[in-house]
Design a protein around this ligand. Structure first.
Ligand SMILES: *[C@@H]1O[C@H](CO)[C@@H](O)[C@H](O)[C@H]1NC(C)=O
Ligand SMILES: *[C@@H]1O[C@H](CO)[C@@H](O)[C@H](O)[C@H]1NC(C)=O
Ligand SMILES: *[C@@H]1O[C@H](CO)[C@@H](O)[C@H](O)[C@H]1NC(C)=O
Ligand SMILES: *[C@@H]1O[C@H](CO)[C@@H](O)[C@H](O)[C@H]1NC(C)=O
Ligand SMILES: *[C@@H]1O[C@H](CO)[C@@H](O)[C@H](O)[C@H]1NC(C)=O
Length: 336
């Protein structure tokens, strides 16, 4: 048997409960990117506060409210009748592999310093699974988001949408699957003045499978997109539009992924909503390429190169051949 990094990595995975790759410097399990390195401080969530465990909607809503530091442990499935607002200084963390939010999604609205981890959030009908609005320092880590892609682009809204001047966010190690519109950054061209210069988001080691569009789609901000795995991202994965900037490096695209990256301002008809069946015209965005990506059979359309050439922080870049196995092993719930 030939030993490659890959066989070693796969063999080691079951040996430790904790993720082994961090100790080899192959990927970071800790907060990394804009939620860590930013002008206002590292995201710590409820650190230093009390811990409560909740298993029903009323207790969940009460526990996440307010600004005092708190860790809220979520047990089992909770069907939310409305969208709770997650206040500042909160860690909302699923217990084991079965913590599951259904019904309504979560709002991080006017808040700072929030961690959302190890939750499955699926079939949310009222809006996005998570909407981050006018909020800073949010780390969305090791969650699973899913619905049903067969019902078309408008059956469900986004999985993680980041809007209204939100800033300093990291979206890492999530498993996004079977859903049309994944992650929109800046949800309206009319909010240029609010959004421009904000919306710094790091996306790393996420696993996107059988998705439609917006992996992510950004307007007016800066997104660093590295070491993500895209399998069957059917219409368009990364879209940078309306003067947005992306830095795209070390990602892997597989299966029936049509377009890996575009900066062409057309919001394709397969995205949503469109006012015309031919799609909606916006200004183009910008893209820079850092470390090599593996585009597979997917296309790339970079119409403008920007000035976001290098991440303004240190991070662990997983070697390209290890991205697929490491992301598959590490992303989603029950891993941390
Ligand atoms: C968050 O907690 C810190 C202390 O940990 C506190 O200084 C700050 O006021 C809290 N934030 C808000 C918005 O209350
Ligand atoms: C957010 O802040 C704005 C402005 O202060 C306020 O009008 C709005 O009610 C706040 N929303 C929430 C959910 O706290
Ligand atoms: C955004 O949130 C801050 C509190 O963090 C608040 O002062 C401000 O009014 C909010 N702005 C809007 C437009 O909601
Ligand atoms: C943007 O998101 C907000 C909050 O979910 C929503 O109220 C608004 O309708 C959205 N705007 C667009 C153009 O999708
Ligand atoms: C790529 O972008 C150009 C605009 O610069 C556009 O004319 C062309 O149709 C785009 N290609 C695809 C496949 O979307």
């Amino acid at each position: 048997m030939r030993f490659s990094f890959l066989t070693v990595a796969s063999a080691l995975a079951p040996l430790t409960a904790a993720f082994p790759f961090g100790s080899f410097g192959l990927a970071s399990w800790d907060v990394e990117g804009f939620a860590k390195d930013n002008p206002i401080g590292v995201t710590t969530g409820g650190e230093g506060g009390s811990t409560v465990t909740v298993d029903n909607a009323a207790d969940f809503k009460a526990a996440v409210a307010g600004d005092e530091p708190k860790t809220v442990l979520v047990k089992g499935e909770i069907n939310l009748p409305s969208r709770p607002k997650i206040g500042s200084n909160k860690s909302v963390i699923g217990v084991g592999r079965t913590a599951h939010i259904t019904g309504s999604g979560l709002d991080v609205f006017n808040s700072t310093n929030v961690i959302i981890r190890n939750l499955k959030i699926s079939f949310i009908e009222d809006n996005d699974c998570i909407t981050i609005r006018n909020s800073t320092r949010v780390w969305v880590d090791h969650n699973e988001f899913a619905s049903d892609i067969t019902k078309g682009p408008d059956a469900y809204d986004g999985q993680v949408d980041i809007i209204r001047g939100s800033d300093w966010i990291t979206v890492s190690w999530n498993y996004f699957h079977d859903h049309w519109k994944s992650s929109l950054v800046g949800n309206d061209t009319t909010f240029r003045d609010i959004d421009f210069g904000h919306l710094h988001v790091t996306y790393h080691h996420n696993y996107w499978r059988n998705e439609g569009t917006r992996g992510p789609a950004g307007r007016f901000g800066h997104q660093h997109v590295y070491n993500n795995l895209y399998v069957d991202f059917l219409y368009q994965a990364i879209h940078s539009r309306s003067d947005n900037q992306v830095l795209v490096e070390g990602n892997v695209f597989r299966g029936k992924t049509r377009e890996a990256l575009s900066t062409y301002g057309l919001v394709i008809p397969d995205d949503s909503p469109n006012t015309c069946t031919c799609g909606d015209e916006e200004l183009d965005g910008y893209a820079n390429l850092g470390a090599k990506n593996d585009w597979g059979k997917a296309t790339v359309n970079i119409t403008q190169v920007g000035n976001f050439r290098k991440a303004p922080y240190k991070f662990k870049l997983t070697p390209l051949p290890l991205v697929e196995p490491i992301v598959k092993l590490g992303a989603g719930v029950g891993k941390i």
